[in-house]
Ligand binder design. Sequence first.
Ligand code: MN
Length: 407
Amino acid sequence: MEYISPLSLNIHFPKRLALMGSTGTIGTNALKIIQHSKNFFEVYALAGGKNIEKLAEQANEFEPKFLAIQFEEDIKNLKKLLKPHYKPEILSGKQGYSILSSLPDVDMVLSAQVGASGIDATISAVNAGKQVALANKESLVLAGSYIRQLAQQKNATIIPVDSEHYALFQCLTPHKNTEKNVKKLILTASGGPFHGKDKNFLENVQVEDALKHPNWKMGAKITIDSATLMNKGLEVIEACHLYGIPLQDIDVLVHQQSIVHSLVAWNDGSITAQLAVPDMKLPICAAFSFPKMLTQENNCLKDLDLTLQSLSFDRPNKKLFSCLELAYQAFKDNICIELNAANEIAVERFLQKNLSFLQIPMLISDMLNFAKGLNTINLSNCTKESALAIIYERDTLIREKAKKWNN
Ligand code: MN
């Protein structure tokens, strides 16, 4: 077991934070935690996308020195929504996101933008040697080996803000410097709204059904990924890169209650698990406050009452929810950029009612077959700029093809 990066020791409070993707679900939860623990954290920069009203509201409350949004033309309107005395520096686009996540005064960057668009912020933050609270799992899917290498070179620290990976982090950390060997990492999956359903049922599934996640309140993209099990596929790849565990040693179990967030099976036959109420504020708070552990007063979390429910575990139906297997396959074939691009377009088209639920894995599978004929991408020793250019070129190629895909 080898962590993605050394956990740096010169950590001081209050931490200055740059929140990338502040208007999304993770960003909003992050700000709730900060409201409860202002002695520990200072909001230094906020980056949103298109929702400038929400960003303005957040900015007026926390008054960060820097803001970034997706489109330059929105800067004028954003300024109009800010309080009169408050004059932050406002940047835009990929370049703006890169600058904010590498500001010299920032201690920690929360990378929580949606999908491949989060890669600029992640790579810039790692390149600047920051502590990175990583919610954008796609960054590791697209460029895990590169980010690992860069983090080691730049002494950046990556702490996962994903409930499963934080659970693994908590299970593994006490054994980091011992001889105890990991046999398997077991990621739990809630199974989404369609666990146990048959093919007939899935054929007629509507967008509205897929958006009803039983346990977690999340954005649309990740909610659909949960329903197809692609989210778990991306998380298997994420775990591989974070903990340096071979793919074949990572298993997935469906655990519908979402209480056990993941498990580590050791060579002596024992298993360590982490249990908690399903609430993203836990991993966010843990990453922000690392190596401290803030009290519940600071993270607004509830205690887990173990008497309330029983816990069950099932194997996933890999045949019906084939996205999970496609992710394993893409990792083996080194075509994860292509996997992610195909999935993002498939989900987008499903949300637009332009693709059926069962066509999502069909589209992805066809794109992966196409990708196998392309040259293999190797980012090692690339500069940050060239790595991003190579990733975006391949990403765009697959997106364009996936948009035109017809069954
Ligand atoms: Mn997760």
